[in-house]
Structure formats: C-alpha cells, structure tokens
Design a binder for this molecule. Structure first.
Ligand SMILES: O=C(CO)[C@H](O)[C@H](O)COP(=O)(O)O
Length: 233
C-alpha cells in the first residue's frame, strides 16, 4: 500500500466516528484532505453535519464539495475534530504545522470535545523533535522575537536552529493569519511541556506546533492495518 493509501485508510476509519447532526472541525494537510473528500461524499448522500475549517485551503475544499460550513463565532463548540499530524508520540503529544495551519488547527482542536489524529504510522515517534517544530510569530520585531525564542528554547533544555519558512519561490511564507513561521530544528524535544510553556511567554510568538493534551486518540495506518492510540470513540 502506498503512503497515500494509508492516509486514506486512516481517514476512512475516522469517518466512521461521524454521526448525523455532529459539529465537526476539519483539519489541514494531505491526510485531512482525504477525510474531507470522504465526508463530502457522505454529505452528498444526505448526511447532516456542520463543519468549521482549520485553513482557507480546507474551507475551499469543503465548500467545493457542498459541505455545510460554519465559523467558531457561530458554532463555538464542536463535537469532533479530525486532523493530521507531523509527529505523534505514545502519549498523544503532537507536532503540527507543516501545512502552516497550526494556529487555526489548535484553536479548532481546543474548541472540540474530541480531537482525533489521522496519519500513516510513519508519524509515530518515540520522542518528538526530529520533525522541525513550527512556531508562528508576528512579522513585527522578527529578529528580537527570534533571539527571545532562542533563549527560551535553551532554557527549556533544547537546542537548534530557527529557520524562517519560505515558499518555493523564495518569498517569506505568510500564514492564513498573516504571520511568519520559524521552524525550530531541534532534533529531539526531551520535555515538550517545558518547551511549550517557555515559548508561550515570548512576546511575538503567536502559537507553536506542540499540541499537548489536545488529542484524545489517533488512528495510525500501516501495511498491517490500523493502530489505535488512546480513545477515538
Ligand atoms: O499540521 C498540519 C498542517 O498545518 C498537518 O495536519 C500536518 O502537517 C500533517 O499533514 P499531512 O497529512 O499532509 O502529512
């Protein structure tokens, strides 16, 4: 099975969690895209749900499929959010944000009674940090913010380079919220809670891609089948 087939398998299992009348958060990325495609087919067949997207890309996809969409202003509490991840550890701590949607993804996950991660099992790691940690910052004062972040990272016991994320054409990437992303190449994050808390208090940092205590469960697909972490139902 190809990696894309595995993503689709995880997405299909997550679709089984959806009940009529649910308010859903829709994630961002290639795995979440499969979930939205499958959900769109169910909606076309008559399923009644109301959804909030975690990015403009997902919003456009969902609208194109005729999925009824809302906002967190109109629908501030969601039943279930299904989203991908860049890394998942055995305690269901995540790194997210490769798709630059971490801020809205975290707001939507926090507004949900349940967040379930869908991924192929290559995302499961013993320890977070091999994947660069995305950190969203306001453009104003970038260099000062970068220095304060570097100090916070060191104080938390981690170390590594902060790289400003650019588009393939070399221009600086702007998130849906108009912010920059600094990717922290740390190699390993021995204490995600300490690092997250240290980054949270740096002025200029809008949000970081450590999702701690947010995911209730994960559906991880491999060639041998599905592995469930935590509680998905
Ligand atoms: O956090 C994300 C976007 O900001 C994605 O959920 C994460 O990058 C996983 O994406 P994919 O399913 O394409 O591997």
């Amino acid at each position: 099975m190809s990696p894309d087939d595995l993503k689709k398998l995880a997405a299909a299992r997550a679709l089984e969690l959806v009940r009529p009348g649910m308010r859903l958060g829709l994630g961002t990325g290639s795995t979440a895209k499969h979930f939205v495609d499958l959900l769109g087919a169910r909606v076309a067949a008559g399923l009644d749900v109301l959804c909030v997207a975690t990015s403009e890309v997902t919003q456009a996809q969902a609208e194109s499929l005729g999925i009824p969409m809302s906002t967190l202003d109109e629908t501030p509490e969601l039943d279930l959010t299904v989203d991908g991840a860049d890394e998942v550890d055995p305690q269901l701590r995540l790194i997210k944000g490769a798709g630059a949607a971490l801020l809205r993804e975290k707001i939507v996950a926090a507004a949900s009674k349940r967040m379930v991660v869908i991924a192929d099992d290559s995302k499961l790691v013993a320890e977070l940090g091999r994947f660069p940690l995305p950190i969203e910052v306001v453009p104003f004062g970038l260099e000062a913010t970068r220095r304060a972040m570097a100090a916070a990272i060191t104080a938390s016991g981690a170390a590594g380079e902060l790289r400003l994320r650019k588009r393939p054409d070399g221009t600086v990437l702007l998130t849906d919220g108009g912010h920059y992303i600094l990717d922290a190449h740390l190699g390993r994050i021995a204490n995600p809670e300490l690092l997250g808390a240290a980054l949270n208090v740096v002025p200029g940092v809008v949000e970081h891609g450590l999702f701690l205590g947010l995911a209730a469960g994960a559906i991880l697909a491999s060639g041998d089948g599905l592995k469930i972490l935590g509680a998905i139902e």
